[in-house]
Design a protein around this ligand. Sequence first.
Ligand code: PBG
Length: 335
Amino acid sequence: MDDSWKPVRRLRRLRRNDAIREMAREVRLSQSQLIAPLFVKEGTGSPEPVGSMPGVHRLSIPELVQECLELHRLGIRGVALFPVTPPELKDPYGSEALNPDCLVLRAIRAVKSAVPGLVLFTDVALDPYTSHGHDGLLDSGGSDVENDTTVEVLCRQAVLQAGAGTDFVAPSDMMDGRVGAIRRALDEAGFAKIGILAYSAKFASAFYGPFREAVGSASAAGTRSLDKRGYQLDPANPSQAIEDALLDAAEGADALMVKPAGAYLDILARLRTQTRLPLAAYQVSGEYAQIHAAARAGWLDYRSVRNESLLAIRRAGADWILTYFAKEMAAELVG
Ligand code: PBG
């Protein structure tokens, strides 16, 4: 064979050694882009491990504050708080969400005063508080979540969280019109500075399983698979996901989220071309559990797969990543 086949362009020149590879790297992960989801429980007992999420614990408020101090030292800028409501406080209306001294509000106040520089994100939805585990109020038939009456409760929940000191309310309920309504309610209550991170493209996903164990919303419902298809997106609907996200943007969302992340990178990439708002992606509990399970079985290399999964989410267009790997990633990135 003569030399005529030899290529002029050789991309391997850009992959030749560590130094060149590092200079040619297009996408990077930094701890300031990671948001740590944290589970908070009542009392002062020790951290309770979540069985299906190795390394993740339910923390009492004093432990939560310690954890937040540590995360902040590691360069994490944001945390998302999720309360584990005692079953006796749950009812069909999620009334505890509007208790001015409920767990998440106490947690917000404690973290804000101990670590004022940490950005707090708090879920707006009723599932931690309802005895049926749904994100809103059920209609008289008991099978569907009523949209507009739910939105009214969500607005009050958001205002309470803003009053306690959260920085961003994060409606995760998927009711229609809730972003616009919450924006108005916050503004009217004097919280124009408080942002909205909308869970805009939130799919009815089986990847939320371990989370529901962690917060007890599945056990509240008395079933392992809570059916939220009446409000969360159909995994088969990419166009509807974009439409939902653009509506949230038009209603005043400050940042948009895609959830889950790994199985929905196409949605992230598409949304990236449609908006200039910051995009968040939630690498959810099931994605985390999958990587741990395979690594435990010796089938995948834990650190490489973890890093690759996060890089892929950045590459698809996420500015912020909610991930249960946040702390250990930050510790490694700090070096
Ligand atoms: C509920 C909510 C869920 C998650 C965050 N907020 C679960 C659900 O919709 O049932 C899931 C997060 C995860 O799986 O890590 N409002």
